[in-house]
Design a protein. Structure first.
Length: 204
């Protein structure tokens, strides 16, 4: 009987463990889904009209990359990381976007992690835009970024003119339109929903 009891005991704990893993995955997925909703994304990121916090970060060539040195042209800041799947998908479209908009705006990819991981990411995916590395969450917290890839379009003075998820080329183009219209993403000036969908809604 002791053998049967032991087998039953092990089987019971295996079921409990399995249920715990399933619940964890479901709760985590619900969190990811919420982070991608229009409501959550609207709260993420610096507010439109807010000045972007200054930073000076290491570039892959060892030279510092400072926000203050990028004044003049509009600047697209894209937050990402080497472990971010959607960031990898975005890279080819970001390369094309940056090439087409050369002379009109600058693009800077801000990579969360260390320099060597980012260097491998850049080499493997043929990233053709400038890259700077931030080693911890402090910069993301300053910019109120919780999910990646997340982008800010700054004007020539470093003021946020548009923000949102940046999973594909459509999202990048939408940021340009939002900045040109000069109002909160997804809403017209009278507060009603415009004929444009937010990046979060595009992603669903």
């Amino acid at each position: 009987m002791s053998g049967v009891w032991l087998a039953s005991y092990i089987a019971l704990w295996a079921v409990v463990l399995f249920q715990g893993i399933v619940i964890f995955i479901l709760l985590r997925q619900l969190g990811v889904i919420y982070l991608g909703t229009a409501q959550a994304v609207a709260r993420d990121g610096l507010s439109q009209g807010q000045r972007a916090p200054e930073f000076s970060l290491p570039g892959l060539d060892g030279a510092p990359v400072a926000l203050a040195a990028l004044r003049g042209l509009p600047l697209l800041l894209v937050f990402g990381s080497p472990s971010c799947g959607p960031c990898k998908t975005l890279v080819p479209e970001l390369n094309v976007f940056a090439g087409e908009k050369a002379g009109e705006l600058r693009v800077l990819f801000l990579s969360r992690g260390d320099v060597e991981d980012t260097r491998r990411f850049v080499q493997e995916l043929d990233v053709r835009v400038p890259v700077a590395v931030y080693p911890d969450e402090r910069l993301a917290e300053q910019y109120k970024v919780r999910v990646t890839p997340f982008a800010f379009l700054l004007d020539g003075e470093g003021v946020v003119r548009a923000k949102g998820l940046a999973n594909n080329r459509q999202h990048l183009d939408l940021l340009l339109r939002q900045a040109a219209e000069g109002h909160t993403p997804g809403r017209s000036r009278n507060g009603k929903h415009a004929n444009e969908r937010t990046p979060a809604e595009e992603a669903r």
